[in-house]
Ligand binder design. Structure first.
Ligand code: GAP
Length: 433
């Protein structure tokens, strides 16, 4: 089956995962809003990430920094001078295009003549306070990473971390992309999950390479855990001259999206570039003192970075299935918006409805559970399949006799009878990541 992006976009809108942004005003190009199911899926992804990389590790702590930081941060980090893409304009239709993403022809009109390339800085500018003047210019952060670097000293001084350790953050980032598009793949406002993993200043390449390799494997394990089809993931060692200004080695994890194989995640060795520059620019020491030897040095950094929205898209593309007359999302149960749906077999039998309400109420205390009593059971199953609900639980006449229900598995469409008392453990086991 070849999956088209339109199939995902239309399912996402129809079922309340993702809507076009500001739609009643004709939309705002390339902006998207997460609906009731999308926000659950996205939140489940972020929670799974936080639990895996912060809660379950003893060497990573979290932070949540401000979106607008002191503009000096972006001077020291190199973003004011270097965070830009080469912009050209088509002489025929005046479309603005990224020179490095086209092959000599304007994708809008086929024109072949362009203005000379100009560097276009991708940071979103704003002004702090009432006066819109140069002295008040500030930027929305283009990556969450700098929050970790500028708080490095605070984290050292206020916690008991020792090298090697990581600082993690999940949050919004903003880039004034020249060519956004492909649904939520490239937008101007998006979310990142990033870790800056600080290691002792390496005496040999093998030292940073070991940590790099650890994170490479962790990133692959994450993809498997959240159900990204790893057969469609390819690692690209980004060659010299094409890496970000701060990186000595970068691997892009690319995914075969319906519109082509494109970057999903990145892993970079940022050396001591950021801490060293911030130390110089701020005048504050960002050195680490080895507790045993007393030796001072600036740590180096391995940075694994995950786009949240690209994760949502890769997870949806990996989970989409067509099977005869039904479509289903084989989402990992931990990520599914609803963990189960509860149905009374018949809507017009008060005793069935009352019993089903009791089962629903008890499960709802712990899990996101859907209720449906419309139409026939087959249609209810299909509706839940399409949004990836792993279990459908039906209360029927036998339930009134012996407190058992049928539970139907989304992927196999098979049903079995189980005691109501087992439902909690069935769901709890299934949603473990
Ligand atoms: N701190 C390093 C950094 O920001 P990046 O490769 O520029 O590196 C990291 O971005 C990740 O953020 C990407 O791998 C991608 O998943 C996501 N990302 C970057 N730009 C994006 C955009 N315009 N829209 C959606 N996601 C984006």
């Amino acid at each position: 089956m070849t999956l088209s992006l339109d199939t995902i976009v239309s399912l996402a809108k129809r079922r309340g995962f993702i809507y076009p942004g500001s739609e009643i005003y004709g939309g705002l190009a390339n902006s998207w809003d997460y609906g009731p199911l999308g926000v659950e899926l996205k939140q489940n992804i972020k929670n799974a990430w936080w639990s895996r990389f912060v809660h379950r590790r003893t060497d990573v702590v979290g932070i949540d920094a401000a979106l607008i930081m002191n503009p000096k941060v972006w001077e020291a980090s190199g973003h004011v001078a270097g965070f830009s893409d080469p912009l050209v304009e088509c002489k025929k239709c005046h479309s603005r295009l990224r020179e490095d993403q086209m092959d000599g022809e304007c994708p809008s009109c086929g024109g072949k003549e362009f203005t000379p390339a100009k560097q276009f800085n991708l940071m979103f500018q704003t002004f702090i306070g009432a006066a819109q003047e140069q002295a008040n210019v500030a930027y929305f952060r283009p990556e969450t990473a700098q929050g970790m670097f500028v708080n490095f000293k605070n984290v050292l001084d206020s916690t008991r971390v020792q090298l090697p350790f990581g600082v993690a953050q999940v949050g919004k980032a903003f880039r004034n992309e020249i060519t956004p598009g492909n649904f939520i793949f490239r937008t101007r406002e998006f979310e990142q999950m990033e870790i800056e993993y600080f290691i002792p200043s390496p005496k040999a390449d093998a030292e940073w390479q070991e940590s790099f390799e650890h994170w490479r494997k962790e990133m692959l394990a994450w993809m498997t855990a959240v159900g990204i089809d790893t057969e469609k993931v390819h690692e690209l060692d980004v060659p010299d001259g094409e890496r970000a200004h701060y990186s000595k080695r970068t691997i892009d994890f690319e995914f075969e999206f319906p519109f082509g194989t494109k970057e999903l995640y990145g892993l970079a060795y940022r050396t001591d570039f950021d801490l060293r520059n911030h130390q110089e620019a701020s005048g504050q020491s960002l050195e680490y003192t080895d507790p045993e030897t007393g030796e001072k040095s600036i740590p180096h950094v391995i940075e694994p970075t995950w786009g949240v929205d690209r994760t949502v898209l890769a997870v949806l593309c990996s989970a989409y299935r067509e099977d005869g007359e039904r479509t289903y999302l084989a989402l990992r149960p931990a990520l599914a918006p609803f963990k189960a749906a509860v149905f009374p077999l018949l809507k017009n039998k008060p005793e069935l409805v009352a019993k089903a309400r009791t089962v629903f109420g008890a499960l709802r205390e712990k899990y996101m559970v859907a209720w449906d009593d419309r139409g026939n059971i087959g249609k209810r199953y299909f509706a839940q399949d399409e949004i990836g609900t792993p279990f459908c639980i039906t209360v029927d006449f036998d339930t009134l006799e012996n407190d058992t229900v049928t539970i139907r598995d989304r992927d196999t469409a098979e049903q079995r009878r189980v005691p109501i008392s087992e439902l909690d453990s069935i769901i709890a086991n299934a949603i473990r990541l």
